[in-house]
Ligand binder design. Structure first.
Ligand SMILES: [Zn+2]
Length: 123
């Protein structure tokens, strides 16, 4: 048996398949990271920190973040003891000038008065 054109096609197809699988894995990994960051942010935690943690730990970060915030979060406590089962805590954003966490609905930072920029959604 010689290493002919047919074999080259098979090798090429296999490497394409490998590239496709790796791409899907990377996209899934990043999706988990962003999901983790969004979850963390909705509980008032730092978006960037959890995004980095999500990138480092990938799919593991999702149950980690969900469990962490469910078990420890102020939002969860409020939801648990609230009347309609919904949290009354607003989504928080970080003020770009002073770094304090401010409710997303605010026009201006309550600490330094800087206008609050609405974070554009990544996904
Ligand atoms: Zn501020």
């Amino acid at each position: 048996m010689s290493f002919g054109d047919n074999d080259m096609v098979i090798v090429f197809a296999m490497s394409l398949q490998r590239i496709a699988l790796i791409s899907i894995a990377v996209i899934g990994w990043l999706f988990c990271a962003f999901y983790t960051a969004e979850t963390a942010n909705s509980y008032g935690a730092d978006y960037t920190f959890w995004l980095l943690l999500g990138i480092l730990t990938g799919p593991l970060s999702v149950p980690l973040a969900v469990l962490y915030f469910r078990l420890s979060g102020e939002r969860y406590r409020r939801r648990r003891y609230s009347v309609d089962g919904k949290s009354d805590l607003p989504r928080m954003v970080r003020c770009l000038r002073c770094g304090e966490m401010v409710p997303e609905s605010f026009e201006r930072c309550q600490f330094c008065g800087a206008p609050i920029k609405k974070r554009t959604k990544l996904i």
